[in-house]
Design a protein around this ligand. Sequence first.
Ligand code: HEC
Length: 244
Amino acid sequence: MKAHFLARLLIVSGFLLLAFTTFLALQSEVQAQGGEDGRGMSMPDRLAPPPMPDNPTQADFGRYDFYLYCMTCHGDRGQGLTEEWRSAWAPGDRNCWQSKCHAANHPPEGFQLPYFIPYVVGKGALARFATADDLFQYVRREMPWHWPGMYDDDIYWKLTAFLAHENGLYTGDAEIGPENAMNIVLWPGRESNTKTAPEEVAATPPNKETLTQVGMGFTLWLLLILIGILAGVFALVRINARKT
Ligand code: HEC
């Protein structure tokens, strides 16, 4: 009788635990998808220009410039030159590196494209840039990759504002420019002026803290639930034992 009761209780609590963890897992998955702004993989017209609001901010202008000058390489969501992004193009345009395109034998007016083009929007993006000024200096000095510095500073500031806002690294209203960029911290703790070598940055992924925090929170929850269930089982067994 008692053994029966215990077994049933264990099975029921096991199921509850399973259901709860499944629920948590599903929830975090939904959140992860929502983190992409809910924009699905198969947006019908991903190559169309972004809509411009009535009173565009500096970042809105930057979004448009990004569309014009950077999107081909860095993706419509700043995801980088991923396979998924290339699949948004017409079939004939998807292999950027085919012979006579952006391969070593590119046409004289063209250029050879690197195989890896990093993401510039997303978790941990731009983590090598301490301040908005660092980001601006880098983008102006190095981008667009095939013709660095080809645009006016004004455009590079808009692009800087767009990237900073889009990544949630800057939420202020003030436009970013030479007078304030050095004081706009994007990634605290980074060494300013892009002196940080890329290797160093790679050794300390910026999201590590948040990831372990999430992991900790989850295990803590599980532990608490387990302890609760065990305590419940004990209590019930005690009560049952007293009754018989
Ligand atoms: C022809 C392709 C191409 C275009 C166009 C291009 N980029 Fe890049 N971008 C690259 C490549 C390749 C790298 C990596 C360079 C490296 O690691 O040395 C890069 C790196 C970057 C980085 C540094 C990312 C990081 O975290 O290290 C930023 C920021 C960036 N680009 C912004 C821009 C902006 C803004 C534009 C538009 C003006 C632009 N890029 C246009 C190819 C491109």
